[in-house]
Design a protein around this ligand. Structure first.
Ligand SMILES: Cc1cc2nc3c(=O)[nH]c(=O)nc-3n(C[C@H](O)[C@H](O)[C@H](O)COP(=O)(O)OP(=O)(O)OC[C@H]3O[C@@H](n4cnc5c(N)ncnc54)[C@H](O)[C@@H]3O)c2cc1C
Ligand SMILES: *[C@@H]1O[C@H](CO)[C@@H](O)[C@H](O)[C@H]1NC(C)=O
Ligand SMILES: *[C@@H]1O[C@H](CO)[C@@H](O)[C@H](O)[C@H]1NC(C)=O
Ligand SMILES: *[C@@H]1O[C@H](CO)[C@@H](O)[C@H](O)[C@H]1NC(C)=O
Length: 555
């Protein structure tokens, strides 16, 4: 499915804002430079690292789960973080709410902080390539996992430690957002549409309508998992940026070719193409935190995966596991966008409707510059045709039940694997989508939405949709199903590929190999809560605390 550019604008990057450009420009210039984050003192360009060194823990991927994990373990052990991207600090688009869309649109193959990929389903998508991982390019909405998640995840959670881990994260990077006009109207519209009760500002997963947390602070500045590195013990941690891990080094404990392999380190490459070895000290572990695309890819490149498949690439097989790269999921997003008759404040996600219909409703509002970035620095009037103000209402289904696969496109780790999510291949998912989009219809019919309609001739009031509108007859199952298929896009909550019980055990250790764990969203076979970043940051802290405890017990 080829999609026109407007589709990307409208559906991949859910159009957020307004910014009557004058006030917006002024706001930018008034923002004072934030204080340098303290993690910068132990972050170095990988080119500065020795060609070989040893550590207790090697963390592959300084992302959403990897950063809190590294910070926690550094309390007692020597830790190396290897991150293929750079540092988000100092990059205006990454560090501000207004830069969200620009970051997603400014993609190049090897260097941009957002690495674009399009699944075989035809849906454009993105993954973080920067310290902080996808939490440094995301929409910032923060909401803890639902209770079911802990039961269904296959891990034996200690819920007291889960709560402590969330609190540790929230103290550092989570803020209460201020609602402006679009988010307030959506909150009221959800309540009118029966998504109740109203739970106010709440970080927990509770049925009804609520304001969630945000990793953007009151001045619109982004905080991400990278900030959690500031908790680290600086003497014990080194972070290498522009360090692309190519392979986990595995050794046999005996000459027997069938003997169980153990990780002994990793090989990584720096920005000028030089190779480095990072080796494990006794009792150390490699922690793969490269995300739902990066982690299965790295296991495959290291010879952990389906034997015939690896052999077809000429990759020596270390452990045959047919499930690596399978059970890959993405939650479909569907919804509508309108151009309102009144100015809208810019907003990413702040309010969520948690229904019992198998779907969650969220909203965003944005100004889309149709001028080139260079032109748009000139101040224009809000009525300038160069800007389009768009408000979006969307739903994400829970689960999903439909799953797909990941395959290598190359043995070069920098090249995106080929992924397919098979959206709606399980009929349950289409029912959830129909339920969710019908609820969007209910919200659009609420009184709170009236001010976003244009006054037409003869007193009629109508929305002006950008892109597809909902079917007129929303009771028609076939039309609604067709709408779901036709307008599917992603909310970027893809997960799986190394799921618990198939690729890793309940303690996230890779099956069949010693001294390697996977700690990130690739281990989930269901997306936690309404939005996953809270659970992923918690997971990093949680596993770190567990390891500290295990090691102190064995001392
Ligand atoms: C555009 C967008 C908007 C989103 N909005 C929200 C939202 O509002 N709220 C929410 O909760 N969630 C949101 N999400 C989802 C959420 O951000 C992700 O699910 C989460 O960040 C994934 O965390 P992770 O730790 O699994 O992987 P990541 O955070 O992606 O971390 C993986 C890290 O590994 C690095 N890496 C990969 N391969 C290698 C390698 N070979 N060598 C070295 N480093 C490597 C990557 O560069 C990256 O830093 C959004 C995601 C995106 C992309
Ligand atoms: C990292 O170091 C190399 C070699 O000194 C240099 O070419 C590269 O530009 C550096 N990258 C950054 C982003 O500093
Ligand atoms: C964890 O926090 C949740 C939400 O506040 C609460 O409902 C639950 O009882 C807490 N669990 C434990 C074990 O403290
Ligand atoms: C869709 O909503 C109905 C209630 O209107 C509910 O009974 C049904 O379980 C929902 N479907 C799914 C798949 O959740």
């Amino acid at each position: 499915m080829a999609r026109p550019f407007w589709f990307f604008l409208l559906h991949n990057a859910f159009l957020v804002l307004f910014c009557s450009t004058v006030s917006c420009a002024r706001r930018h210039f008034q923002q004072q430079q934030p204080q340098e984050p303290s993690y910068l003192k132990f972050v170095y360009n990988a080119t500065a690292f020795p060609s070989e060194d040893s550590y207790d823990y090697i963390i592959v991927g300084g992302g959403t789960a990897g950063s809190p994990l590294a910070a926690t373990i550094s309390e007692s052990f020597k830790v190396l973080v290897l991150e293929r991207g750079g540092v988000p600090y100092g990059k205006h688009n990454l560090m501000t709410q207004e830069g969200f869309l620009t970051t997603l649109m400014e993609v190049d193959t090897y260097n941009s902080p957002a690495q674009a990929f399009t699944s075989e389903d035809g849906v454009p998508n993105a993954r973080g390539r920067v310290l902080g991982g996808s939490s440094a390019i995301n929409a910032g909405f923060y909401s803890r996992a639902d209770k079911d998640f802990y039961q269904k995840s296959g891990m034996d959670w200690d819920l007291r430690v889960v709560n402590e881990s969330y609190e540790w994260v929230e103290k550092a990077v989570v803020f209460r957002p201020d609602l402006r006009n679009w988010q307030s109207a959506v909150r009221d519209g959800l309540l009118e549409a029966g998504v109740d009760p109203y739970n106010g500002f709440n970080l927990n997963h509770v049925v009804g309508t609520k304001i969630g947390g945000s990793t953007f602070d009151s001045s619109g500045r982004r905080h991400s998992a990278a900030d959690l590195l500031s908790y680290a013990k600086s003497l014990n941690i080194r972070v290498a940026v522009y360090a692309s891990v190519e392979r986990i080094l595995l050794a046999s404990s005996s000459a027997d070719s069938g003997a169980k392999r153990t990780a002994i380190g990793v090989v990584y490459r720096d920005a000028i193409g030089q190779y480095h070895h990072a080796m494990l000290r006794e009792n150390g572990e490699v922690m793969v935190c490269a995300g739902a695309i990066g982690s299965p890819q790295l296991l495959l490149l290291s010879g952990i995966g389906p034997r015939p498949y690896l052999s077809s690439w000429g990759i020596p097989v270390a452990f045959h596991n047919p499930h690596v790269g399978q059970y890959l999921y993405d939650n479909p997003r569907n919804g509508i966008s309108i151009v309102p008759p009144i100015p809208l404040d810019h907003s990413l996600i702040q309010v969520v409707g948690i229904t019992e219909l198998g779907a969650y409703l969220e909203a965003a509002s944005n100004v889309i510059p149709f001028a080139s970035p260079a032109q748009s620095i000139f101040i224009r009037t809000p009525s300038s045709p160069l800007y389009l103000t768009v408000a979006t209402l969307m739903e994400k289904i829970i689960g999903p039940a439909s799953s797909g696969t990941l395959r290598l496109a190359s043995t070069d780790v920098r090249v995106n694997p080929i992924v397919r999510f098979n959206y709606f291949s399980n009929p349950v998912d289409i029912e959830r989508c129909i339920n969710g989009t019908r609820k969007i219809g209910d919200v659009l019919r609420s009184r709170s939405m009236d001010i976003f309609k244009f006054r037409e001739r003869f007193g009629a009031r109508n929305f002006r949709f950008v892109g597809p509108a909902l079917p007129v007859d929303q009771s028609d199952h076939a039309q609604m199903a067709e709408f779901c298929h036709r307008t599917v896009s992603t909310i970027w909550h893809y997960h799986g590929g190394c799921v618990v019980g198939k690729v890793v055990d309940g303690e996230l250790r890779v099956l069949g190999i010693d001294a390697v764990r996977v700690v990130d969203g690739s281990t989930f076979d269901i997306s936690p809560g309404t939005n996953p970043q809270a659970a992923l940051m918690m997971l990093g802290r949680y596993v770190g605390l567990k390891i500290l405890k295990e090691r102190s017990r064995n001392r």
